[in-house]
Design a protein around this ligand. Sequence first.
Ligand code: ADA
Length: 558
Amino acid sequence: MHTRLFQNHIIRREIPLDPVWDFHTLNSEEEKQEEFKMLVPSCWESNPKLVSYKGKAVYSKKATFGGNVRLVFKGVSHTANVYLDKKQVAYHYNAYTEFSVLLQDIPYGEHLLEVQVDNSFHEESALHVSNDYYSYGGITRPVVMEEIGEMFIKYVHFIPYRENGKWFASISASVSNLSNEQKDVTFKIKIGDDEVSFADKVLQPNYETLLESTFEFPSALTYTLENPTLYKMDAKLLYNDKAVDDLIDRVGFRDIKVDGKDILFNGQKVIIKGVNRHEDYAEFGCSIPLEAMYRDIEIIKSLGANCVRTSHYPNDERFLDLCDENGILVWEESHARGLNEKQMRHKNFDKQSADCIKEMIKNHINHPSIFVWGILNECVSNTEFGRSCYAKQFELIKSLDSSRPVSFASLEAHIGSDLCLDLVDIVSFNIYPFWYHDTPVKDSLNTLKNFVNRTGGAGKPILISEIGAGAIYGHRNNNHEKWTEEYQQYALTEQITPILSDEELSGVIIWQYADCRVEKGWFHGRPKTQNNKGLVDIYRREKLAFHKVKEIFHSYQD
Ligand code: ADA
């Protein structure tokens, strides 16, 4: 099952897991209910009998294997308990980040793998709450089982930087020795025509060793948005001169900087022309087939956009691979949307947020398309308590990756009171003139800029991280009424033109690319229980505004 757009391993063997699993729902007494055959990956809502099912269910599958095995779950929505032969081997919370389980010294034979999944808004859940998007259920992203020997490569992180016109990279890798013996190994990494190595490393028994160094890559070509040059980063672990494990990822040599009010990509000022995109595609929900991801990228490119914001959670890695390949910049966001102070004081908020950030960065740090890390969309950024949460999370991000700017999309209502603008590298606000209010756009922008210039955000790039208007696909008339396609087209024209022509701003990310399903409690103001502010609808049918935005985006070249 492909978890990426390229082969991740040649030496490490993958144990195939058939895509159809046994499946049954559980009632509140955890008693077995109806049985189904369920496809993995998919959302259980794709099954007409489960289209709005909130609750628990169990996936089960028999597989034959033995020895050391690594199970990788790319995304289970949203609370997972994993069992092997009825014994719990893993727990994970959050639909949008990858987790893995290492099973050691398993006797060879047929084993029963079970995954209990819960998508209800249970009391332990601080981030998945009733919201203006839908928390689907199931094993929604690929699952892989890998055969592991005595030693294996956990990760290889690659941070490129340029010095005196030459490309270098700081590389940190983690290698695990599962045996009871000390092992002398060599760790080699090939990137394009260049090969670097960590020679003669001693791995202590039952221990994870971190390897860190910086290397020059003399033959590396720069990754640009026009020409997104990608390299396979092929890491091999050698023992007694024999390769015992490998890990293949893809990287690009590019740098991102903030310089005064500008965002610089390889030293060039870049103006963001983007769309916010939920992982939601009609009947497939958040488990979007690769073909549909590919189509989304092609539609977004045709719009003339150069950026996608993964509102409001980390995305499927295959989508990020498509962004890398197409030179589409990515604002990747940790999972949270519009939480109030009570929700941010939830007993699990800190841990679940930190886990999401760690897993997002650990698994996605090598994607050259990711230019900024975002957190806590429209949460409480105007109280001291709220500020302490933002500060903690930004500190964590900087400790994991200091090579990228950080930001958060602040609530329009916090213009005048936001306390967190000194914490960010890029100031970002969501504003909705011509939708939630009819203030002229220029006035909204001036109010925003005047406020930012009085805060710790002064002198930093300013991004309009959301702006937009609703339209029900096919609802058309010239009465200039909200919800018509004509009004959305008019509003977006009025909204984005002044932003893109404003030298003091670094661009706009339109809310949103496509309509998406929302939780049933959000029916009010959400016709069809959908957020209808998409430029295309859930089937990617273009609304009038799509064509207007296309015209405007194409008319603004950097
Ligand atoms: C907010 C929020 C989005 C969506 C949008 C809207 O800014 O960040 O998730 O809810 O508003 O449609 O109102």
